[in-house]
Write a protein that binds this ligand. Structure first.
Ligand SMILES: Cc1cc2nc3c(=O)[nH]c(=O)nc-3n(C[C@H](O)[C@H](O)[C@H](O)COP(=O)(O)OP(=O)(O)OC[C@H]3O[C@@H](n4cnc5c(N)ncnc54)[C@H](O)[C@@H]3O)c2cc1C
Length: 639
């Protein structure tokens, strides 16, 4: 990896520094002299998070000095007032493993209850996002460009109400996006909520608003989409029906719904490749329908999307949240620390210790007296933790099932060009290009999205010379085998200029390529019952993340989705509070979750009618002859 290699070689001048200190907090079963590379020393200075929580006393002092060193923090943490120590002992000690949106949601819910101290572990050097990731030449880089759709109420609330940020400081306006194929521009998605756009019930509103936006796909092909509307109404009739849709591939459902081959090949397949990062033949029909409904069909403006306005999501949203949680509560963020195993106390059927590997000290560390654990990991991370935790694997079969699921590779590229390329829209999709080698692809014009802070896109030192383009490849196992230079060549010769001719004259001033193997949840056919549940057979272990099944706490945001991951974390935190504190002590301590907008009336009526009609038919005298006994009949004959 371009950047990773550099970090280990040049950027932080690997030399060894010895930091000697003793930790006396009762719950940490270690006391050692450690050697750290300058890289990690830099990162702990920079993150202010990397090793210790702030004691209340320090919090009071932090107004005076915001740049206290780790040494000072340790000293002060050990010098807590006796009442603070007493308070601390009654607090539950929770380890959150994984600092994605799921992990942060859980940490927030647990800390804000004022009943827990949280140790948040992540393999990333700076999970607090404060430092931002930099390339070898000091330019900013982010692992994939991620949009914020219209129905992300909890993330929006976090930014505006909790962190007091202005929406227009954090997010761009909602933007249009374009779809390119080897034949040229295929379609443009408008902003559906614009003041000049008439608002209609779904899906009429979407049909009218996009009537002229498809440049090639004939109307008769688009009209076959109507078959999917019935599946939307039927999908959640009951759990068994849902599982049947889940076992089918999206491709099978599309065929059974009568969608035209051209609609699938030219529109739905590329859309799914950038929405769920796999083609329809490798996706669960149930999750595909959930995604299409949530992002496109629920309301006319469901597809409206906006982007981060400057820097990165880490710097703009996660960093202030981390700062706020560390200032106000007992949060200890441990960057560069991989959870290795969970120890189960078999008598209590509870996890009591977590072992992690600290990449800075190159040591294994045990956290003991643990009251609860949130596993906020993807499939790859879960596999590694569960396979190193034999008692947990024995007692929680659902975690071994989840650990058996696959995940998807992503490659992210950033290009700094020597001329400005004007594109119609800042967000763009590559569709059906042979050069994609089966991947989905997107490109984002950062010089348009982050125009107010253009200098920062060039690292703040260099004068901007042209466009800065962020390109992501999803389902990118084939692309990932190419060298960095070949990936850049593929983009600059075979993809970008084929979409927008003006890219042909642009030279590359600088680039960065990063590979993220097995980084994203794969919603494969039949995976639903194997996905991790929010609560597990080991009561003090809960799961968070975009792939978690939330049961009766299920939330409206679906698919690969930051909002879903964040809410799953909040719900996991709430569930653990109830488990560890008991009903009376956890009363009134639950972190609230804001629901997404209600379904429109026509959808509610359609669902009720479908359920009643099918229910009556199943109960009729002829029912046993025509309908399977499981109460999960569906018109598509899915089994
Ligand atoms: C390129 C790309 C583009 C995307 N675009 C969008 C978008 O436009 N809009 C949108 O809403 N969503 C988008 N997503 C999806 C969204 O980012 C995810 O759904 C969401 O971030 C998942 O959060 P999570 O907490 O479930 O998992 P993650 O963010 O994957 O968090 C898991 C964390 O666990 C850590 N970890 C793993 N193993 C260990 C271990 N052993 N010990 C400690 N830590 C460990 C990892 O470092 C990671 O930080 C995109 C994703 C990618 C990759």
């Amino acid at each position: 990896m371009y950047v990773a290699k550099y970090l280990h070689r040049g950027a932080f001048y690997p030399r060894t520094t010895s930091l000697k200190f003793t930790r006396s907090r009762a719950h940490m079963s270690f006391s050692f002299t450690r050697s750290v590379t300058f890289a990690s020393f830099f990162s702990s200075q920079c993150t202010h998070a990397s090793s210790l929580t702030r004691s209340s006393l320090e919090r009071r002092r932090s107004h005076r000095s915001s740049s206290s060193s780790n040494h000072k923090r340790i000293f002060i943490a050990n010098a807590s007032h006796p009442t603070e120590e007493k308070e601390k002992k009654t607090r539950k000690k929770i380890v959150v493993v994984g600092a994605g949106w799921g992990g942060w949601g859980a940490a927030k819910a647990l800390l804000e209850s004022n009943e827990c101290e949280v140790i948040l572990l992540d393999g990333l050097k700076d999970p607090t996002g404060k430092c931002g990731q930099k390339t070898a030449s000091g330019k900013p880089f982010e692992s994939g460009v991620r949009g914020f759709w219209k129905d992300y109420p909890n993330i929006t609330h976090l930014c505006t109400n909790t962190l007091g940020l202005r929406e227009d400081e954090v997010f761009t306006e909602f933007t249009r996006s374009s779809f390119f194929s080897p034949d040229g521009l295929e379609a443009t998605a408008p902003v559906f909520s614009g003041a000049d756009v008439m608002q209609l019930p779904s899906p009429l509103g979407q049909v009218f608003a996009t009537f002229d936006n498809f440049k090639r796909l004939p109307l008769q092909d688009r009209a076959t989409m109507v078959g999917l509307l019935y599946a939307v109404l039927d999908l959640n009739r009951n759990e068994r029906v849902f599982e049947k849709y889940d076992r089918a591939t999206a491709h099978e459902l599309f065929t059974k719904c009568g969608l035209s081959e051209r609609l699938v090949e030219e529109f739905l397949k590329p859309t799914l490749l950038v929405g769920l990062f796999k083609p329809p033949e490798e996706l669960s029909a149930a999750v595909t329908m959930e995604l299409l409904y949530y992002y496109a069909l629920a309301h006319q403006d469901s597809f409206d999307v906006r982007w981060i306005k400057s820097k990165s999501i880490g710097e703009l949203i996660i960093a202030p949240m981390a700062e706020m949680l560390m200032d106000k509560y007992e949060l200890n963020v441990k960057g560069g620390c991989f959870a290795k195993s969970l120890h189960l106390d078999s008598e209590k059927n509870a996890i009591d210790k977590v072992t992690y590997f600290d990449t800075t000290s190159k040591r294994e560390v045990v956290i003991d007296d643990v009251d609860g654990v949130v596993l906020a990991l993807g499939a790859k991370g879960l596999k590694s933790v569960v396979s190193n935790s034999p008692e947990l694997a024995r007692n929680a079969p659902e975690l071994t099932a989840a650990a058996s699921l696959g995940a998807i590779d992503v490659v992210s590229v950033r290009l700094w060009l020597d001329k400005y390329v004007a594109t119609d829209t800042p967000a763009n999709v590559f569709s059906r290009f042979p050069a994609l080698r089966g991947a989905g692809g997107t490109f984002f014009m950062l010089d348009q999205l982050q125009k107010d802070t253009e200098n920062e896109l060039w690292g703040g030192q260099e004068t901007p010379k042209g466009s800065v383009v962020a390109c992501d490849f999803y389902n990118s196992s084939a692309i990932a085998t190419l060298s960095d230079e070949d990936i850049v060549k593929t983009l600059t010769k075979d993809l970008l200029p084929e979409a927008v001719e003006a890219f042909r004259d642009a030279g590359v001033v600088d680039f960065c390529v990063q590979r993220y193997p097995q980084a994203v949840s794969h919603f494969s056919p039949g995976s639903f019952t194997k996905r991790p549940p929010l609560q597990t057979s080991v009561p003090n272990v809960v799961c968070a993340g975009d792939w978690v099944r939330m049961g009766d706490r299920e939330f409206g945001a679906k698919g690969l989705c930051q909002e879903r991951a964040f809410v799953s974390g909040i719900e996991a935190g709430n569930a653990l509070l109830l488990e560890t504190l008991g009903p009376s002590r956890s009363e009134g301590k639950k972190h609230p979750v804001i629901p997404i907008r209600a379904d429109e009336t026509q959808v509610e009526i359609g669902r009720a009618v479908n359920a009643t009609v099918l229910g009556n038919l199943e109960d009729s005298l002829l029912g046993p002859l025509f309908f399977p006994k499981d109460g999960a009949f569906n018109v598509f004959g899915l089994r």
